[in-house]
Design a protein around this ligand. Structure first.
Ligand SMILES: C[S@@+](CC[C@H](N)C(=O)[O-])C[C@H]1O[C@@H](n2cnc3c(N)ncnc32)[C@H](O)[C@@H]1O
Length: 205
């Protein structure tokens, strides 16, 4: 895979080998239908998934309100002052995303869906071949993303969850808890793991 831009220049929270795994699974899932991610930020993961989608002749929907998660707000660990919009008094990562997609040449196949994830999920009707959950990491938000979006994953499609830390000393629990929930549902089997990224496949009934 040859990336269309210097990925290190894109703000984000993804290691290169995790990005490569996103690309590989996106490329393979794209034969089944469109792809979707929750948690776009500045588009780092969207570049990897979008490339796989494009090679497979599909599109990626990427959902974010672009106002940042709790830990990205001023005074928190992951705040980046460059994403602060002083006019609105809020974070705004959308201009960064637009720039990333333009530089990567992916504007025609990565489609930004802007708004609160749960509101969009409630109206969503299109089955997806690939679902990447990397949005809000609070328990409420992680479970809302699981409940709202996982039913849209097709049989044979894949569910990917970021920041899954089995050891609580390594990071927050909610992504690990939704991963456990997917396994306990009996609807998914684990197929890959790279750092804190977990990949599951929806079993056929
Ligand atoms: C960890 S970042 C995503 C990182 C991105 N995948 C990357 O590769 O750099 C989480 C994103 O989720 C978004 N987010 C958090 N809660 C949300 C919600 N309830 N609805 C929509 N987006 C949300 C934040 O705005 C933030 O951009």
């Amino acid at each position: 895979m040859k990336l269309p831009l210097d990925i290190a220049s894109v703000k984000g929270f993804l290691a290169e080998d995790e990005g490569e795994a996103l690309y590989v699974h996106a490329r393979s899932a794209a034969s089944l239908g469109p792809l979707l991610e929750i948690g776009t930020y500045c588009g780092k993961s969207s570049v990897y998934i979008g490339m796989g989608a494009r090679e497979g002749g599909q599109i990626l929907f990427t959902v974010d309100h672009h106002r940042g998660s709790e830990e990205m707000q001023p005074g928190w660990e992951h705040h980046d002052p460059e994403t602060w919009d002083s006019e609105t008094g809020a974070m705004d990562s959308l201009p960064f995303l637009r720039r990333t997609l333009r530089r990567a040449g992916l504007e025609d196949c990565v489609i930004a869906v802007i708004g609160p994830s749960a509101v969009i999920a409630a109206a969503w009707r299109t089955p997806v071949s690939f679902l990447f959950i990397d949005g809000g990491h609070s328990r409420t938000q992680a479970f809302a993303d699981y409940e709202g979006w996982v039913p849209h994953v097709m049989e044979g499609g894949v569910l990917l969850i970021h920041d899954v830390f089995p050891d609580p000393r390594d990071g927050g629990r909610p992504p690990f808890e939704i991963y456990e929930r997917a396994l306990a549902s009996g609807q998914f089997r684990p197929i890959a793991a790279v750092r804190s990224l977990r990949v599951l496949q929806r079993v056929k009934r």
